[in-house]
Design a protein around this ligand. Structure first.
Ligand SMILES: Cc1cc2nc3c(=O)[nH]c(=O)nc-3n(C[C@H](O)[C@H](O)[C@H](O)COP(=O)(O)O)c2cc1C
Length: 383
């Protein structure tokens, strides 16, 4: 018997290819609403015994688990930020066998998310291309509420709990307040005893045009370093950058993060390099993509990011190794991870952990709650 979440995903997966026949604005509207409804069901549909993935027992395999910064991760892949913004679906993730659970991204003030042209939290999938666009606008209940929730979660061996947080883009906040809010958030999550933190320095989907360039990034991260890093009981902190990061900037970014005392880098977030990636989308899905970018902009996720995220993470690993910092400073990879082969390629270049978003839901539609178990079999060469 399959769970309601699995049945919905399976139906939706079969209907998705039909989306290109719909008028484009209607498709965006349907998918923006459908994505939220599906996630509501997903969050409360843990694997039932005998559900077709049979995911209920955790994956225990020394060859696949890893100890990073002294913390056990039972699998080299977990959800990317933005999937469970308010700490939802923790028991589902635990039962499926993911390598970690990541909540957020959260901000200082609660945010409802973007609305434009009558569409709330715009989203469009491109199933033939293994990709999607979103312009959600960082909807979340705020650091305080989500940290309080994470503090109540039961803990499972090999399943570290992380939180992603970012500078609040709300226009009513002054620059100093925004930075203060980020640092307060880091403290709140530390007090909630999360195992790792990820600072999202790469969301393309908010009203924020005050983030500045590399100098502003350095200033922010230096303040975080002075006011948060290096304390007792401080969890490791990674910085998540965009898949649009220029390869030539990677060495300097890695050096800066190490110098400031950060614990890792995650490459990376969605792309706004629309023209560069357009040809990677199936010709029949390009009109929907064009319409989405014209109406909302947004970030592109999924398969088109695969080679960029691999190249950027490989370059980051090379710099970390050249600096002799590989024991303490880790490189994580996100962007275009679709299965065992992508995880294998990542580990082969020295990436410590992978995250997935777009590929996860494609797999869930196919394999239900057995999604990680199936990957584990593939990674062991058994499937
Ligand atoms: C609907 C949606 C919402 C997202 N929200 C966030 C977020 O809140 N914080 C974040 O750091 N990344 C967010 N991302 C980016 C993903 O975490 C990930 O970096 C990106 O999708 C690339 O991975 P993928 O190719 O596996 O999807 C979001 C992505 C999608 C598709």
């Amino acid at each position: 018997m399959s769970s309601r979440g699995e049945r919905l995903a399976s139906w939706e997966g079969r209907l998705r290819p039909l989306v290109r026949w719909l008028p484009r604005d209607l498709a965006i509207r349907l998918y923006s609403t459908g994505r939220r409804r599906f996630l509501d069901h997903f969050a409360v549909s843990p694997p039932t015994s005998g559900s077709h993935g049979g995911a209920s027992a955790p994956i225990v395999d020394d060859a696949l688990s890893r100890r990073l910064w002294g913390i056990d991760f039972r699998f080299p892949l977990c959800n990317a930020a933005g999937m469970f913004k308010n700490g939802e679906a923790y028991e589902v993730v635990a039962a499926q066998g993911a390598g970690a659970y990541l909540a957020g991204t959260t901000t200082q003030l609660p945010r409802p998310g973007n609305r434009k042209h009558g569409v709330f939290q715009p989203f469009a999938p491109y199933p033939r291309s293994g990709a999607a666009s979103n312009w959600l606008g960082l909807p979340n209940r705020g650091h305080q509420q989500v940290a309080a929730h994470l503090a109540t979660l039961p803990r499972y061996p090999g399943l570290p709990v992380g939180a992603s947080l970012s500078l609040d883009p709300s226009p009513q906040l002054e620059a100093q307040e925004r930075l203060r809010g980020l640092i307060e958030g880091l403290h709140l999550y530390r007090e909630a005893a999360v195992d790792f933190l990820e600072i999202n320095e790469s969301c393309p989907n908010t009203e924020d045009d005050r983030r500045g360039g590399l100098d502003a990034l350095r200033h922010r991260l230096r303040t975080v370093s002075e006011e948060f890093l290096g304390q007792t009981s401080q969890p490791p902190v990674l910085v998540k950058l965009s898949c649009d990061t220029r390869p030539d900037d990677v060495d300097g970014l890695v050096e800066m993060l190490i110098e400031l005392g950060f614990d890792g880098i995650n490459l990376g977030n969605t792309s706004v390099a629309y023209d560069r990636h357009r040809s990677a989308l199936s010709a029949v899905e390009q009109p929907l993509f064009d319409r989405f970018r014209q109406r909302f902009g947004g970030g592109l996720s999924g398969r088109p990011l695969k080679e960029d995220s691999l190249r950027l993470s490989e370059r980051a690993v090379q710099r970390v190794v050249a600096l002799g910092a590989e024991e303490d400073f880790l490189v994580w990879r996100t962007g275009g991870i679709e299965g065992a082969e992508d995880v294998r390629r990542s580990l082969a270049v020295g990436v410590s952990l992978c995250q997935w978003y777009t590929g996860y839901f494609e797999h869930f539609a196919r394999y239900g709650h057995g999604v990680y178990r199936r990957l584990a079999d593939e990674l062991r060469g058994a499937a």
